[in-house]
Design a protein around this ligand. Structure first.
Ligand code: FMN
Length: 344
């Protein structure tokens, strides 16, 4: 089982606290480095290392850099800002640079042994550099074509992200329906066609689901939503509380918050952004356009206007518990299921 991300703006679900807590229980935790500066990532790696001597990974976004000064926010975004009293100007400056090369150097410098990628893949030079330093590499896929590309590029393992998953689709080939496959179908399709280890992702939140994906050929599992709702995760209190009473059918896939499909709880932010007159920019421009609203909502514990990313299995979590307790519960149920099978 691996704990995987939860990048949630500043503060972040995937805090050094959470990554260290899961690592100390023998689970692989990932620091979500997407949208972070190299400097902050380095601080987080150092902090995580001060809390655990166990292995952990870093997750990187592969997004082309983009710097443009004069984007005009669409009317509906300005209207929400006005309603919240934070409207300043229609113009926004967009500065997106994931500083991949610098982050890779920091990862090597601090002897991090596992790196995963989402939204795309690094170039061959980076992959060779990581391999030279014996760093295990993981790519994220949402269909067999993406998984094949990851395998052929020489990465060590591939995430199979089913449509149940919380947060953004990991897809990197296109943004249409071809990335909306359920985890059961995806895993069965990968069996036999993909030779590298497959990490199942999406909707896994119980010991039974952990066992189910193993039966379908997964080597390990990746859990996001389950860890998002632990004491150690860094998301705002009101975000956690609003997910405690959320059923699967209340989650929705939307492109309107960031420009790329992501699953979260339907709220006023999504409703307003999806309203008829809405114009939507591409990812990550749309993400920058809605950033001030989401940051303000997070700061003020207003879940109506946050991006409440979570997966379809969110209904299962009824109480905020420690990461240690969550891992204990899921592993106890997993063992119980195995014992039942042995008795048959
Ligand atoms: C709040 C949140 C943030 C996420 N951030 C990232 C991220 O930064 N990088 C990444 O590769 N996946 C990210 N994911 C997706 C997870 O890696 C994983 O695919 C997903 O959570 C699995 O489905 P589940 O939420 O049903 O457990 C995020 C998921 C959530 C819920």
């Amino acid at each position: 089982m691996s704990y995987h991300p939860g990048s949630y703006g500043a503060g972040g679900a995937s805090s050094p606290n959470l990554v260290a807590a899961v690592a100390n229980e023998g689970v692989l935790g990932f620091l979500a480095a997407g949208y972070l500066s190299t400097e902050i990532l380095e601080k987080q790696i150092i902090e995580t290392k001060s809390k655990t001597n166990k292995i952990f990974g870093v997750n990187l976004f592969i997004i082309d850099p983009l710097i443009q000064n004069n984007f005009i926010k669409p009317e509906n975004i300005c209207a929400i800002e006005k309603e919240l009293g934070i409207f300043k100007t229609k113009k926004i400056k967009i500065h997106i640079d994931e500083e991949i090369e610098n982050k890779i150097d920091i990862i090597i410098k601090h002897n991090v042994k596992i790196v995963s990628f989402t939204f795309g893949l690094p170039n061959k030079k980076i992959i060779e550099k990581l391999k030279k330093h014996n760093i295990y590499t993981i790519g994220s896929s949402t269909n067999i074509i993406e998984a094949k590309i990851i395998e052929e590029l020489g990465l060590d393992a591939v995430v199979a992200q089913g449509i149940e998953a919380g947060g953004h689709r990991a897809s990197f080939l296109n943004h249409n329906l071809r990335d909306e496959i359920g985890l059961i179908s995806l895993l069965q399709e990968f069996q036999g066609l993909i030779q590298i280890p497959v990490i199942a992702s999406g909707g896994i939140i119980t010991g039974k689901s952990l066992l189910a994906v193993e039966t379908l050929g997964a080597t390990s599992s990746q859990i996001g939503t389950g860890f998002l709702l632990t004491e150690e995760s860094g998301i705002p209190k009101s975000y956690k509380e609003s997910l405690l009473n959320c059923h699967s059918h209340e989650t929705i896939l939307t492109e309107y918050v960031s420009g790329k499909k992501a699953r979260g709880k339907f709220n006023l932010l999504i409703e307003n952004l999806q309203s008829k007159k809405t114009k939507k920019a591409e990812f990550p421009i749309q993400n920058s356009m809605t950033k001030d609203i989401r940051a303000f909502a997070s700061k003020n514990e207003n879940p109506d206007f946050m991006s409440l990313w979570c997966g379809q299995s969110v209904w299962k979590i009824k109480k905020i518990i420690s990461a240690k307790q969550f891992i204990f519960n899921i592993m106890a149920e997993y063992q119980e299921e195995i014992n039942k099978i042995k008795k048959l």
